[in-house]
Design a protein around this ligand. Structure first.
Ligand code: DC
Length: 221
């Protein structure tokens, strides 16, 4: 079974999905981390043009697991989790995520993964393109200022050179690219439930979403 949460960068999808996964004892799948992993791989591949990098994709061995509140990703056997949130990866990820071959690679990985088990996954196009038959779909939103503040607090320790203004600008650009790209743009699915988290406490939004899940499924915490 799969529950999906889509929404723009910094709307709180990952922290919400993790908390719900912990409380309901299900798996968490972070699709953005997979796009970041492919981006990280490209930036370290020595290939300056994306086309020649894409030819290497069929040989890439990606793996992930959710443990101790962290979504770990490894590439060809090396753990790269700590690199994925760095600003230089964020600066290039939208470019990589517009490539249809990359999207196919990530989507295939995710569809194979969720065959066994119950997952809550977060992303941009999960309810529309990747899992159109998901049992429950949420679409989370929050104001751009609030999203930038949250993302900045999340990365300031691992990336001390970055400023709040950098993060806000990066989120603005990513919103623009995510919503206007040709392949699978960020869009609320018609049957998704919208959750606007601006001004809501974390506990309020979690309780609201868990009661929706409990009403629609047999999952209980
Ligand atoms: O959620 P995030 O910020 O970690 O996502 C990183 C990037 O990956 C984001 O700029 C858009 C892209 N992405 C995507 O295109 N489709 C998804 N399902 C998830 C993320």
């Amino acid at each position: 079974m799969i529950i999906v949460i889509d929404g723009p960068a910094g709307s709180g999808k990952s922290s919400t999905a993790k908390e719900i996964a912990n409380r309901l004892n299900i798996q968490f799948l972070d699709s953005g981390a997979l796009y970041r992993a492919v981006t990280f791989h490209w930036l370290n591949s020595g290939k300056s043009d994306i086309r020649s990098f894409i030819e290497l994709l069929p040989d890439v061995k990606i793996a992930s697991k959710y443990k101790n509140n962290t979504f770990f990703v490894s590439l060809d056997g090396s753990d790269i989790t700590n690199q994925l949130r760095q600003h230089y990866v964020a600066e290039h990820v939208s470019e990589i995520a517009t490539q249809p071959d990359v999207r196919m690679f990530v989507n295939n990985y995710m569809r194979n993964l969720v065959v066994n088990g119950t997952y809550i996954a977060d992303g941009r196009d999960l309810g529309t393109a990747v899992f159109p038959d998901a049992e429950i779909k949420f679409f989370m939103t929050a104001s751009i200022e609030e999203r930038a503040r949250r993302r900045f607090n999340e990365i300031k320790e691992t990336d001390p050179g970055v400023t709040l203004k950098d993060v806000e600008e990066n989120i603005r650009q990513r919103d623009n690219k995510d919503q206007n790209r040709a392949s699978d743009p960020l869009k609320k699915a018609d049957d998704a439930i919208e959750i606007d988290t601006t001004g809501k406490t974390f506990e309020e939004q979690i309780s609201e979403m868990i009661s929706i899940i409990e009403n629609k499924t047999k999952l209980n915490h």
